[in-house]
Ligand binder design. Structure first.
Ligand SMILES: [Zn+2]
Length: 346
């Protein structure tokens, strides 16, 4: 990855895109897609770019939104009580830096926590978490333009970590967005063997359904999702569920499921097999993913229209849904390479 890509990833991760409020990220992406690459938004907010070509209609899907919080109550003392938007890590909240997004401003915020002197071993549930923006009364909070329903994101700069990794917020799924933008630049002047759509969809974190209107409108033959997945390469998770690790390649999904829910995602078997064979043939490292505890925007898409062949490729990300999401840029580059080979092979 060159410097320019890091700068674009930095902009992508620093732009707020809470579920249902993704318009700033969509605008940013639209300005970074090559001109001539037809991009438009539907009424829900999904952004779709079209690179016309002959043959199979292929759609690549990444999601625009990130996990966060919404203000549900302002206390008389000027603290904010919150609800989760998506599966933000509650454990990572106490002491965390946050950004509060009001109608027209960005206010620095912290989630409060006990002083070290009075610390105990208790996990702080969401109901006991409060946000401190430095106000001393609810009147002051209202004066600053804050309203119930305003959103908060992690405040976390994108940084390099070691030789190949990056750390920051919202790598899930701005890395997927970056991959689709990178492909648009690489392919928009080329003769394609397929009719290619790049879909940046809304509201993945709160219900996975944002891509449904897009596939109903465009009726692609094949959909491939590009999103993050969990790793099992840290001392607390080593070997659990599987061996997915940073820097060992992207993953091809064989199954995922959100724990406690009945639905599992299963890809179109031949499409997933084809991706595995292409990776093999081209010496691209590829890990195999069977994950519980996570699902993505691709989950509802096989059941749209007349039924759709889908597969999913993932970027391993440590510390998912926290301010220190960590990914290896080599995995990102390999995923771009694999998708390029796949599109060429059609
Ligand atoms: Zn995601």
């Amino acid at each position: 990855m060159n410097k320019l890509d890091f700068e674009l990833l930095d902009k992508l991760t620093q732009t707020p895109g809470l579920p249902g409020r993704e318009s700033q990220v969509a605008r940013l992406i639209q300005t970074h897609l090559p001109s001539g690459c037809n991009a438009s938004q539907d009424d829900l907010g999904d952004l779709v770019a079209h690179l016309p070509g002959d043959g199979t209609k292929v759609m690549l899907v990444a999601h625009l939104d990130e996990v966060g919080l919404i203000v549900r109550r302002i206390t008389p003392d000027g603290f904010l009580l919150v609800e989760r938007l998506g599966g933000i890590s509650v454990r990572a909240l106490p002491g965390a830096r946050l950004d509060l997004w009001t109608g027209n401003s960005q206010i620095p915020a912290h989630a409060g926590l006990l002083p070290g002197h009075l610390d105990n071993q208790h996990f702080l549930p969401l109901l006991d978490i409060y946000i401190d923006i430095g106000a001393s009364s609810s009147e002051e909070v209202y004066l600053w333009g804050v309203r119930v329903g305003d959103g908060l994101t992690w405040s976390s700069a994108l940084e390099h970590k070691g030789e190949h990794a990056v750390v920051g917020k919202a790598l899930d799924d701005r890395l997927g967005c970056l991959i689709l933008i990178t492909l648009a630049h690489a392919l928009h002047t080329k003769q394609l063997n397929c009719d290619l759509y790049l879909a940046f969809v809304v509201q993945e974190e709160t219900g996975l359904m944002g891509g449904v209107p897009v596939v109903n409108t465009i009726a692609p033959d094949i959909v491939i999702g590009v999103d993050g997945t969990l790793t099992f390469d840290t001392p607390d998770l080593e070997g659990q569920q599987g061996d997915i690790r940073l820097g060992a390649g992207p993953t091809v999904k064989i199954m995922d499921a959100i724990r406690g829910k009945s639905g599992s995602y299963l890809p179109h078997w031949d499409t997933a097999e084809r991706l595995r064979k292409l990776a093999d043939d081209n010496n691209i490292p590829l890990q195999v993913e069977i994950t519980t505890g996570l699902s993505t925007a691709v989950t509802p898409l096989p059941f749209a229209g007349q039924g759709i062949r889908t597969a999913a490729l993932s970027i391993p990300i440590r510390y998912h849904h926290t301010p220190i999401e960590t990914a290896d840029l080599r995995d990102v580059a390999w995923l771009v390479e694999l998708l390029t080979e796949y599109l060429r092979s059609l």
